[in-house]
Design a protein around this ligand. Structure first.
Ligand SMILES: Nc1nc2c(c(=O)[nH]1)N=C([C@H](O)[C@@H](O)CO)CN2
Length: 119
């Protein structure tokens, strides 16, 4: 299985369960692993055969700007389902973390894995 990874992708968004978190944007860190539907690009060296990671970054930035979630879990699920449905990836692993939100904890978050449903 060939994979595109995006590590240490930091961006600001409104997220959280508390009222102040609906007003003050927070920096989150995303780490993604995205399985590729095909390895054709390895042979052809053609971007048209590749899953363009720049488009994935653009799409995630769009989500972070336009959608606001209470829970990291819900954001991770939305990103995972977007990548599966819009980029036809067979499988994706999404980690979403907040940085320094709780005293004594440098980074905390959730990690989910999702695949295409059969049938
Ligand atoms: N499982 C989760 N627990 C909590 C979340 C979350 O997203 N998932 N979020 C919060 C608050 O928004 C937090 O960021 C502030 O302490 C608390 N617990």
């Amino acid at each position: 299985m060939d994979i595109i990874f995006l590590h240490d992708f930091k961006a600001k968004t409104l997220i959280g369960v508390y009222p102040w978190e609906r007003i003050v944007p927070q920096t989150i860190q995303l780490d993604l692993e995205i399985a590729l539907p095909s390895s054709r690009a390895c042979q052809t060296d053609d971007i048209h055969d590749a899953l363009d990671y720049a488009l994935i970054v653009d799409r995630i930035n769009n989500i972070l700007t336009n959608k606001h979630f209470s829970l990291l879990e819900a954001l991770a699920e939305h990103i995972a389902q977007t990548i599966l449905s819009e980029f036809h990836a067979p499988w994706v692993k999404v980690s979403v973390a907040k940085l320094g939100i709780i005293r004594g904890v440098k980074k905390l978050g959730v990690r989910i894995e999702r695949g295409q449903r059969r049938g």
